[in-house]
Design a protein around this ligand. Sequence first.
Ligand SMILES: CCCCCCCCCC(=O)SCCNC(=O)CCNC(=O)[C@H](O)C(C)(C)COP(=O)(O)OP(=O)(O)OC[C@H]1O[C@@H](n2cnc3c(N)ncnc32)[C@H](O)[C@@H]1OP(=O)(O)O
Length: 194
Amino acid sequence: MSGRTTALTPPEDAVPPVRHPDAPAPGEPLGSHYDQCFGCGEEQPHGLRLAATAGEGVSVTATFTVRPAHQGAPGLAHGGVLATALDETLGALQWLLRVIAVTGRLETDFVRPVPVGTELHLEARVTGVHGRKIYSTATGRIGGPDGPVAVRADALFIEVAIDHFIDNGRPEEINAALADPDQVRVARAFEVNP
Ligand SMILES: CCCCCCCCCC(=O)SCCNC(=O)CCNC(=O)[C@H](O)C(C)(C)COP(=O)(O)OP(=O)(O)OC[C@H]1O[C@@H](n2cnc3c(N)ncnc32)[C@H](O)[C@@H]1OP(=O)(O)O
C-alpha cells in the first residue's frame, strides 16, 4: 500500500479554485493544447477532436461526436473512449487555472450507453485545490447540455513542472514540440502562473 488517499473529494483544508486573471473569457474556445493530442489534437487523425470552451468560474464545456472508429460494442461508444473524453475535458480546466497538471486518478461512472452519432456534451469544474492537488468533476450528457447524463467522472490532477514532459516524453516528439513556436507559446502561457 502506498499510504496515499484515494479520495476524490477535496479535503477540508482545500481552497476554492481561483480563475487566473488572464484566463480565456467565458464562451471563448480553448483550442488544442497539442495538435497531436488524442483528445483534442487537430492534426491527430485517430483522435476525438474534442472542442472545449471556457465557462464561468473555473469550469469548461466541451463537445465530442461519437464516430464509428470509437465503437466498443456494435453501434456503441467504447467506455475507454468516453473516459478519454472526460479526462480531456477535465484537463482543459488547466486553461483557466493556468497551471500544468496531469491526471493522477480518474474515477468514471458509465450511466447509460452512448450510440455512435451521439453528440456528447461535457461540463467540468474544479471543486478544490490542495497544494499541488487539483480536485475536479465532470458530466457528459447525450444530445445537448440538458440531455440525459451518460457518463460522470471525479478526478485528481497533480500539478507538475514543464520538465515532467521534457524528461519523460520521447525525444522525437519533444524536440518537434520545442521547435514549434505555437506549441512553445502554449507552454509559456502556463509557466507565467504567479
Ligand atoms: C491546457 C492543457 C490541457 C491538458 C489536457 C490533458 C488531458 C489529459 C490529461 C492526461 O491524461 S495526463 C496523462 C496521464 N497521467 C499521467 O501520465 C501521470 C503519470 N503519473 C505521474 O507522472 C506521477 O505519478 C504524478 C506526477 C501524478 C505524481 O508524482 P509526483 O512524484 O509528482 O507526486 P507525489 O508522489 O510527490 O505526490 C504529490 C501529492 O499527490 C498525491 N498523489 C500523487 N499521485 C496520486 C494518485 N495517483 N492518487 C492519489 N493521490 C496522488 C500524493 O499522495 C501527494 O499528496 P500529498 O501532497 O497530500 O502528500
